[in-house]
Write a protein that binds this ligand. Structure first.
Ligand SMILES: NC(=O)c1ccc[n+]([C@@H]2O[C@H](COP(=O)([O-])OP(=O)(O)OC[C@H]3O[C@@H](n4cnc5c(N)ncnc54)[C@H](O)[C@@H]3O)[C@@H](O)[C@H]2O)c1
Length: 257
């Protein structure tokens, strides 16, 4: 290991962490952080190319990383992904559900296929993944579930009806699991990023009308980076957050303040 790697604490030493939607953007930053801190990282994603790049990057500093192709909209693929992780390691300590898609459209122009696309990926995928992982966490009476919501779970942005609904829904999923699974030693929480510079937000960042609106909206005065979310998300997966259950932790530079 390089000196640079030694600098990182080892909060997640030997912990098996599944990051769904971890090939790029926020999920990748979270995965990098987990692997830097000693976790066995498994990335599940639909983007083979970006997954391979992430794997190569993490393996280059001796991080423990494996990848599984998975379309979260397909129950069988989700179940196969979880089975594979369990075959490899025999357990899952941390589940990060980060996979998400967005399509900005006026409500009157939102088609059923747009609704299904966002609902299936952002929300049903979270249900399918959590449902596949949770029985194993219950058996071991431990586990951390972290779901990627958004400021949109609270702040209903125009022209994003299905997206907003998925983010409010995933928060309610996190809260329901907090109540239901707390007695089994499982914590369930959500993270709510504001505007973060990734592939998903790129079209919005390039739109002057959109940026005009955002200019004065973020007290910290800049758009966030994926690494800004990795710290708070991994905090929720750490021992320091053992008594945090059912929260939505906003990471938005004060946008909702
Ligand atoms: N970027 C932002 O401003 C922002 C703000 C709030 C919340 N979020 C949320 O953060 C999460 C990550 O988004 P990001 O900004 O890093 O975008 P991203 O596009 O960089 O990452 C999303 C990842 O999900 C994967 N994915 C998409 N559909 C999938 C499917 N069917 N099966 C498996 N994987 C799939 C993609 O391949 C990609 O790797 C999303 O849930 C998004 O809604 C993003």
């Amino acid at each position: 290991m390089s000196a640079e790697v030694d600098y990182f604490p080892e909060r997640f030493r030997e912990q098996v962490s599944l990051v769904v939607g971890g090939a790029q953007g926020i999920g990748k930053a979270i995965g990098v952080r987990l692997a830097r801190e000693g976790a066995h990282l498994v990335i599940g994603d639909i983007d083979r190319r970006m997954m391979a790049l992430a794997r190569r990057e993490i393996a280059a500093w001796d991080g423990s990383v494996r990848t599984v192709y998975c379309d979260v909209r397909r129950r069988r693929q989700v179940e196969a992904m979880v089975a594979r992780v369990l075959r490899w390691y025999g357990r899952i300590d941390i589940l990060m559900y980060v996979a998400g898609v967005v399509r900005g459209l006026p409500f009157a122009k939102t088609e059923e296929k747009d609704w299904d696309y966002m609902l299936d990926t952002n929300l049903k995928g979270a249900f399918l993944t959590a449902r596949a992982v949770v029985p194993h966490m219950i058996k071991r009476r431990r586990g951390k579930l972290i779901f990627m919501a958004s400021t949109n779970a609270w702040d209903a942005e125009a022209e994003l009806a299905p997206y907003n609904v998925t983010k409010a829904g995933i928060y309610l999923l996190a809260k329901t699991l907090a109540r239901e699974l707390g007695p089994y030693g499982i914590n369930s929480n959500a993270v709510g990023p504001g505007l973060i510079r990734t592939r998903i937000s790129e079209p919005f960042l390039r739109n002057p009308k959109f940026m005009k609106k955002y200019e004065n909206l973020i007290p910290i005065g800049r758009v966030g980076m994926p690494e800004d979310v990795a710290g708070p998300a991994t905090f929720l997966a750490s021992r320091d957050a053992d008594y945090i259950n059912g929260v939505l932790l906003f990471v938005d530079g004060g946008q909702l303040a």
